[in-house]
Design a protein around this ligand. Sequence first.
Ligand SMILES: [Zn+2]
Length: 153
Amino acid sequence: MPKPSKIPLAKDKTCEGCHRRPRWSIKSKYCQKCSKSYQRMRNKGYPPEAVQGFWDYIDKYDYVCAYTQMALDLDDPKSSRYMVFDHVVPGDPRKIVPCTALANTMKTDMLVDEFKDAVCQIADHFRLGKPVNIKDPVHWYRLFPKKTGSSDD
Ligand SMILES: [Zn+2]
């Protein structure tokens, strides 16, 4: 007679995303937070390298904003702290990081260095009255396709 198999309880296994919390069911590889993230990444169709990069980030830092280190809200899509996926390079889905909806809205189509420079310049302006000279972000015009064959060319 075969040995009765011992099905481990979900709480005995660690989440494969964050490696911090227990899995939330015996059918899931993930804790509740990581399960939500997994579903959202799948719905968005991110490529495997982006998903792996996301898990590497979560494994290292857990659910904090990549730009502010504020704790991320995974439940309320209306919260300014709601976790969204930032394309590190605007328009390129191959590298994503979790960040607050607020930081993502502020970053818009800037590269990370452009975002930091803009925020610091604006902060210096608010605090010290320094003039602001923000250069055009390199990806700024990607949403405004160039017209071809127009009479202005
Ligand atoms: Zn997890």
